[in-house]
Design a protein around this ligand. Structure first.
Ligand code: GDP
Ligand code: IMO
Ligand code: MG
Length: 426
């Protein structure tokens, strides 16, 4: 398979984990390149359900190599736990999972700062973060106050450096009205995690260079989604990394011309977790229907996801930004029982028709969807395995999404299981 970047085209939770799992069959390596354990990627195999936060979803295929790239921020205790859980479920981890020595560490003070800034009483608006410390960790990376996974290899020096940072961050925490951390309570689990993770921490660049030189195929696993991208999302209601396709290069070290194609995962409708504008949001019975049928609860925090119609303005913007070659459209089955379905084709804002995503979040917040309504198909699609066997109205819906966005459909997902997947061009 060509080297492929897989990204989310909306606000995350598009079903990337499932699509990665399906596509891993044909690749040699899977690489995560941004985000941290704010991500929750679900894979269902038979009766087993796995939710991966930091480890690439490709780990569920025996023999495939998985890399956590330099662009990821790693909470050592969370990674340790995720490895242990998978080991308990009989997956071989050592020799298959590698963590870049350049990936930055998420510390408990990052989590506490995230929590303190998310208090409704805190200055500024809340973002509705996952409270995993992601923003403060990337903040430290940019302000050159971060520590990296490679620093953990010299445990003694590492713990000394962390201790100094705890003292500094305690002053900030107290100023924010939060409690100071007890350094010894922080250092002891960190020491344990550092020892545990030692065999996994390597320079991943030679591995990736060799894989590229040998013509092996690499799948880049994006986390979050385009609308949560730090540069192109609905800032400030975004995450702190580049969730768009460009992040695959900076977050792994593989150069752009070694990437062959981009697959964008998009839900047949839209969801969002956390704060921020969402023009097609439905706060009615239809929204409740989508939430119920789609089991729309966060895989990381369990929060209910806000639900709404498919937004072709968002999808077109994502397709252009990421250079999407194909859509992987997921959760078509969630629409199975609807009488009619709406598609947002443009917005109305400040008295004019808007076809392109506004850069200003306040303007975006004033956008009202202009809908096109299409008939539903009122029958189950979840056991369909061939595109031509889908109900005619379901095919018409999929083709309309493709037409409105100018991107071909490569894969269709009609259920959480591997078997509920229609491979069209992927
Ligand atoms: P990710 O973060 O993009 O990997 O997505 P999540 O795992 O957070 O959320 C997607 C949810 O939808 C998971 O519970 C998946 O098991 C489920 N899912 C994925 N594809 C489909 C599909 O085609 N139909 C249905 N009904 N569920 C799906
Ligand atoms: P996956 O990879 C959906 C959202 C949070 C919040 C904003 C900032 O499973 O698609 P953060 O903790 O990153 O600082 O929170 O981003 N968010 C996600 N929403 N899916 C995710 O990941 C998300 N990761 C972060 O809800 O609005
Ligand atoms: Mg998710």
């Amino acid at each position: 398979m060509p080297n492929t970047v897989l990204i989310g085209a909306q606000w995350g939770d598009e079903g990337k984990g499932k699509v990665i799992d399906v596509m891993t069959e044909e690749v040699d390596l899977v690489v995560r390149y941004q985000g941290g354990n704010n991500a929750g990627h679900t894979v269902e195999i038979g009766d087993e359900k796995y939710v991966l936060h930091l480890i690439p979803s490709g780990i569920l295929h025996d023999g495939k190599l998985c890399i956590i790239g330099n662009g990821v921020v790693v909470d050592p205790s969370a990674l340790k736990k995720e490895i242990e859980d998978l080991e308990e479920r009989k997956f071989q981890m050592q020799g298959r999972l590698f963590v870049s020595d350049r990936a930055h560490v998420v510390f408990p003070y990052h989590r506490e700062l995230d929590i303190a800034r998310e208090k409704p009483s805190a200055e500024g608006e809340t973002i509705g973060t996952t409270k995993r410390g992601i923003g403060p960790a990337y903040g430290d990376k940019s302000s050159r106050r971060g520590l990296r996974m490679g620093d953990m290899l010299d445990t003694q020096v590492f713990l000394e450096l962390v201790k100094a940072r705890i003292e500094e961050n305690n002053r900030i925490l107290v100023a924010l009205g939060a409690e100071a951390l007890d350094a010894s309570a922080v250092l002891s689990p960190l020491r344990e995690a550092a020892e545990f993770l030692r065999p996994y921490i390597v320079d991943t660049l030679p591995m990736l260079n060799d894989a590229v030189a040998a013509g092996k195929s690499i799948l880049f696993e994006g986390a979050q989604g385009t609308m949560l991208d730090i540069d192109f999302g609905t800032y400030p209601y975004v995450t702190s990394s580049n969730a768009t396709a460009g992040g695959a290069c900076t977050g792994s070290g593989v150069p752009p011309h070694r990437i062959d194609r981009v697959v964008a995962v998009v839900k047949a409708y839209t969801t969002r977790v956390g704060e921020g504008p969402f023009p097609t949001e439905l706060e009615d019975d239809v929204g409740a229907h989508l939430s119920r049928e789609g089991h729309e609860f966060g895989a990381t925090t369990g929060r209910p996801r806000r639900c709404g119609w498919f937004d072709a303005v968002v999808a077109r913007y994502s397709a252009a930004l990421n250079g999407a070659d194909y859509w992987a459209i997921t959760k078509l089955d969630v629409l199975d029982q609807l009488e009619t379905i709406k598609i947002c084709v443009a917005y109305e804002c400040d008295g004019e028709r808007v076809e392109n995503m506004p850069g200003d979040v306040r303007r975006f917040g004033r956008c009202v969807p202009i809908y096109e309504e299409v008939p539903g198909w009122k029958s189950s699609t979840t056991t369909v395995t061939r595109y031509e066997d889908l109900p005619a109205n379901a095919r018409a819906y999929v083709e309309r999404l493709s037409e409105l966005t100018g991107v071909a459909v490569g894969l269709l997902s009609v259920g959480p299981q591997r078997s509920s997947t229609l491979r069209i061009a992927l």
